[in-house]
Design a protein around this ligand. Structure first.
Ligand SMILES: Nc1nc2c(c(=O)[nH]1)N(C=O)[C@@H](CNc1ccc(C(=O)N[C@@H](CCC(=O)O)C(=O)O)cc1)CN2
Ligand SMILES: Nc1ncnc2c1ncn2[C@@H]1O[C@H](COP(=O)(O)OP(=O)(O)OP(=O)(O)O)[C@@H](O)[C@H]1O
Length: 186
């Protein structure tokens, strides 16, 4: 199936999810995430959820990390829709966040993070058995990930599709994808 076809199906599947299901699934994702080895992780890049699009509640991850690994620095993105580029900020709590035009919570201002990130949590609508992903189609994460060495971990509520038929040279493969019931490794 093509990205466009997969995007349509996955968007529909998300629409069916209730708020309780999203919270349940998000907790299941967190449980799988919590089993990873964090011994060499000093910075984690976490997307902030677009609740209107029924994304995983990544605040659960941020809260869990701050309790269990308080020494890990949390980095959050700010998306520039003119350039499709992401800039990184040090997360300084919910209070400093504002919603942009696309309902994405992002830091209004704060400390830019220009250094490395050891692990990136990646939003997606769907992924395939090879570790390729489908997002909303603007290529933000492909641009962000193209030049950095980091562990790339997708979060997805649904099982993988077999194959995305129209991957291109910009598409970046995931290392892992966490779903509510299973962690896929590529
Ligand atoms: N939470 C989160 N943050 C993220 C992403 C994401 O998938 N999730 N992105 C991952 O790359 C980037 C944002 N990508 C987005 C792309 C489109 C729309 C959106 O609302 N699109 C409209 C159509 C608008 C148009 O075509 O101009 C829509 O779907 O209705 C939102 C976010 C960066 N930050
Ligand atoms: N590194 C890049 N340089 C130039 N163009 C790119 C790059 N990465 C992606 N693109 C372009 O961005 C567009 C969107 O890509 P794609 O359909 O793969 O988005 P997506 O992965 O679903 O979206 P997102 O990453 O925003 O969730 C494509 O036209 C792609 O060619």
């Amino acid at each position: 199936m093509t990205k466009a076809e997969i995007r349509k199906v996955a968007t529909m599947q998300r629409k069916w999810l209730s708020e309780d299901q999203i919270e349940d699934y998000s907790l299941q994702l967190l449980r799988q995430f919590s089993l990873l080895d964090f011994s060499s992780v000093r910075t984690i890049h976490v997307f902030l959820p677009i609740t209107e699009k029924k994304e995983p509640n990544t605040f659960l991850f941020i809260d869990w990390l701050s309790v269990n690994y308080p020494e890990i620095k949390i980095i959050v993105p700010r998306a520039d829709f003119d350039t499709a580029l992401i800039t990184n900020y040090v997360y300084q709590g919910k209070d400093g966040l504002v919603k942009n035009l696309y309902n994405i919570l992002e830091p209004a201002q704060g400390e830019l993070h220009t250094g490395e990130v050891d692990l990136v949590l990646i939003p997606m609508l769907a992924f395939d058995l090879r570790g390729y992903r489908v997002g909303y189609g603007k290529g933000f994460y492909d641009r962000f990930l193209q030049n950095i060495a980091t562990k790339k971990i997708g979060l997805c509520f649904f099982d993988p599709v077999e194959q995305i038929s129209d991957v291109n040279e910009h598409d970046v493969c995931l290392n892992l994808c966490i779903t509510p019931n299973k962690v896929y490794s590529f």
